[in-house]
Design a protein around this ligand. Structure first.
Ligand SMILES: Cc1cc2nc3c(=O)[nH]c(=O)nc-3n(C[C@H](O)[C@H](O)[C@H](O)COP(=O)(O)OP(=O)(O)OC[C@H]3O[C@@H](n4cnc5c(N)ncnc54)[C@H](O)[C@@H]3O)c2cc1C
Length: 348
């Protein structure tokens, strides 16, 4: 067995999705009004601001490191639905504005006028973005390697031991890795020592239409609904529309994949009702497993009972935003710096 000593460096964290464009959204799946009822207005405000800051930090840092990844700032449109109707959106916008977020209420007339969408109301929010997630992740990995990080892949970790004396990890092929700190960012596959928190695995579906750059809506806003299950849409650089949703509360991949045709037709139907001028027929369709949390919040922090072992569970629709947040929280924890918002995201 060949011991491999992991250098004691800061660990950069970043998520990646297979999709060509990912939303870099600070708005959580759970509206601010609902999160406030659940965890209190002050804490909910801190969570939303931390999420907004994470998108800004990712934007600035990517620019500074010269990582292009088709990063583009985009507004978002949050449409009235069965979770928040027009009255609910009015309450939501007041709360967002109160904590300093750039959000405005659009009634039916202005929504139709500015975006050509016929819905009761919507919130127009500024400060979101989109990027190519594969290029983004590769860009950060390259910068980390240039800065002296070491990358070993593919290696599956099959065993780990944590104690006050240090951490030892063993790979499938018998290599032992010793470290002073360990950060588990294993996506939806959890190591045994990580409590599942209040997360669940669900299934989600998406379609991509043919290229139709002439038909894309103004400002190429990221559009999603205040509905359960929700619909979201965005455009790609070459003018396709990616539209997804129809989430279902199970994760069996066989059952999920069998439903892809039906779900794709439903998504296309919803898309065509929302934007009748688009050609909503799917050119591509796919399904995936998705980790959702009951509050829309990620869990990021030291694993209870395992000193110097950290886990990042960026569950919810904003996994990449949460990965950026995690890099700040975990770095501070390793350096024993206290961040006021850290307790909000830790294991409870
Ligand atoms: C369909 C879909 C659409 C999404 N869209 C968006 C979006 O628009 N915006 C957004 O912000 N987020 C989105 N997400 C969420 C986002 O993809 C995830 O939050 C993000 O990829 C998480 O990054 P990660 O690096 O923590 O985990 P992952 O990207 O899942 O990477 C984890 C890695 O750990 C490896 N691993 C696991 N166990 C072990 C082990 N024992 N040994 C070694 N390696 C191991 C896995 O093989 C994997 O490579 C989407 C997710 C899905 C499924």
């Amino acid at each position: 067995m060949r011991p491999l000593i992991v250098e004691r460096r800061r660990t950069a964290l970043l998520g990646s999705t297979a999709a060509s464009t990912a939303l870099l959204q600070f708005e959580l799946d759970t509206p601010l009004t609902q999160l406030s009822s659940g965890i209190g207005a002050r804490a909910a405000g801190q969570v939303w601001i931390a999420s907004r800051d994470a998108v800004n930090e990712l934007r600035t840092r990517s620019h500074r490191l010269n990582i292009d990844a088709a990063f583009a700032s985009r507004p978002s449109l949050y449409l009235a639905g069965n979770v928040l109707d027009a009255r609910g959106l009015r309450r939501e916008v007041r709360l967002r504005q109160k904590i300093g977020l750039a959000s405005e209420y659009l009634d039916r007339r202005s929504l139709r006028h500015h975006f050509g969408i016929d819905r009761e109301a919507a919130l127009l929010n500024h400060g979101n973005a989109e990027a190519n997630p594969v290029q983004l992740a590769a860009g950060y990995l390259r910068r980390a390697l240039n800065a002296g990080a070491r990358l070993r892949a593919p290696h599956e970790i099959v065993d780990l031991h944590c104690s006050h004396g240090g951490i030892a990890l063993v790979t499938e092929d018998g290599i032992e890795i010793k470290a002073a700190h360990m950060v588990l960012c294993t996506g939806y596959e959890l190591a045994k020592i990580v409590p599942p928190a209040h997360n669940r695995m669900i299934s989600t579906w998406a379609i991509a239409t043919r290229r139709q750059p002439e038909a894309i809506w103004p400002q190429r806003a990221l559009v999603w609904e205040a509905s359960e299950p929700y619909l979201y849409l965005r455009s790609t650089d070459d003018g396709r529309v990616i539209c997804g949703g129809e989430d279902a509360d199970f994760s069996d991949p066989v059952k999920r994949d069998q439903l892809t045709g039906i779900k794709a037709r439903r998504i296309a139907g919803k898309l065509s009702r929302l934007m009748p001028s688009l050609d909503s027929r799917p050119d591509y369709m796919w399904a995936g497993t998705f980790g959702a949390s009951s509050t829309g919040m990620p869990t990021i922090g030291e694993i209870p009972g395992y000193p110097n072992c950290y886990a990042v569970m960026g569950y919810g629709g904003n996994g990449i935003t949460f990965s950026m947040l995690a890099s700040r929280l975990i770095t501070a924890a390793i350096c024993r710096r206290k961040l006021p918002e850290a307790h909000l995201f830790g294991f409870r």
